[in-house]
Design a protein around this ligand. Sequence first.
Ligand code: SAM
Length: 439
Amino acid sequence: MEVESPSNLPLPDAFLDFLNENGLDPSVYTNSDPTPRYVRLKPGCEGDVEEIEVEVGCKLEKVDWLPSFYSLSPHVQIANSKAYQQGKIYGIDAASGAAVSALNISLGDHVLDLCVAPGAKLCMILDLLGSSGSVTGIDVARHRLAACRTMVLKYSLGDRCRLFVADGTLFSLLPIRVFSGSNSGEYPLDEMVNLYKEWTSRRPWKDKKKAAKARVTVASQLASLTQDPELIYYGKNSGVVGLTRSEIYQTYRGNDVLRCGYDKVLVDAECTHDGSIKHIQKFEYWGWKTLQRRVLNAERTDNLTVLQLQLLTNGFRLLKIGGSLVYSTCSLTVAQNEDVVEQFLLQNASAELLEIDAAKNWPCRSGRIPKTLRFDPMTSRTSGLFVAKVLLPFVKMLWHSRRTEFPSGSHLLLHQVILDHVQGFLRQQQSMRSVVYLK
Ligand SMILES: C[S@@+](CC[C@H](N)C(=O)[O-])C[C@H]1O[C@@H](n2cnc3c(N)ncnc32)[C@H](O)[C@@H]1O
């Protein structure tokens, strides 16, 4: 049996069975009105909209629920336009934009993007941070991360970014600020030679050959994942320049992460991509058998849910107290979304699911767990996306500090934090009193 969808895309039986097994309504894929294409306009380019419309030959409709986003006809190609080539616009689905908005990025935040490639969300995060904070991007696929680096360079957004090939379930480096101060410039002579200099794509031929050789076999690729993450790009102000390798790869003490971990973490996890019509459409050309093998295979889905939980858990582990994390997937199955979040909350008592304030005006529905959100092509006119936000609150952290999920000794840190607060309060009182005396 084949069903006609908006773009006359026949959905094969196997996909319909997959939807059925996962309790998903196929009608979300059979909207008679195809989902538009979305672009984000680089801040400061608002005055160029009319010119861009002429270039792409189509009206840009402002998305009223998401700042800087515009929708256009799904058939319009933007890649040849000057605006795209000059980095004034880049393609990013509005639901993806919502996931980044849910992070509530503030200037100065140190952000970890645990599954970063190909990097549309990374560009938006870097745009929001401007010339403050930092972003650490991780991806397990080297070629995808290299494409991500190209994008960041194209849009001139890489100044405060560093990109590592690494397994996001194991990654444990903290933002560079942990070690600021250690970069005093007073290194022994032999260490001076090994200081990270400004990043350049023109590495010496010998280095390139050595790196290529190390990547030759799958076995060596897997082995390399258990070693130090490979730094494939760092911007001038990402904190890397001027440090030694041991400073960048320094393992932190148990308590460092609670004070100096990331302010925000995005876990846009690997998934079956079944929420993305555009992704499903690709299989019309690649062959429906490939869809079966790559997307619908039950064993693969089971492995994915384990991976998703591990990514979410590790992302949370790297948050500082008071930091927040957004978990998203472009799958609409409960197994990869609500089930993963539920499992995570069971295992991490100090985590708290958070209401996403900005979502009040978003065209999405609640997920099966209150406070989680679901975008689907039918209701949202975006690609399908699940979003959940988690906080590491100070009070809960305090309450659960004796549990094993945090490094031993974390309660000592909490006592220290409380002491700091009390002392700060007393200092404030004292200075107020002396103001009174002075008067
Ligand atoms: C849904 S995509 C991320 C999309 C990206 N956030 C964006 O906005 O363009 C998932 C990514 O996770 C990566 N990935 C899969 N397993 C991973 C792991 N164990 N650690 C880190 N990244 C992983 C994949 O290579 C893929 O690039």
